[in-house]
Design a protein around this ligand. Structure first.
Ligand SMILES: [Zn+2]
Length: 91
């Protein structure tokens, strides 16, 4: 008597599938284009021109660190008139 032993042991080993790496799509940063308004440009031009002779003003800044103030003075090189004097407060 021959007994055929078919000992087939099938091991079903569940191979863990590699987890899919979640792909995070990086959105390209929107370039924030600074919109310069024409009115602002005109104001700036007025600001930097002498009110008397329309020549370009010379700006001078004097910073007082003890008081955290910057004094801005605009002077006309042509008629030597001081156009304005603005105090800027530093942070
Ligand atoms: Zn002037």
């Amino acid at each position: 008597m021959a007994s055929t032993k078919s000992d087939t042991k099938v091991e079903t080993q569940a191979v863990p599938a590699a987890e899919p790496v979640p792909v995070v799509e990086a959105k390209p940063a929107q370039p924030a284009a600074p919109m310069l308004q024409s009115s602002a440009g005109e104001a700036l031009q007025k600001y930097s021109l002498c009110a008397h002779c329309q020549s370009r003003l010379h700006f001078a800044y004097l910073t007082d660190f003890s008081r955290n103030l910057t004094e801005e003075t605009a002077r006309c090189p042509e008629c030597h008139k001081q156009s304005h004097r603005v105090m800027h407060r530093l942070q």
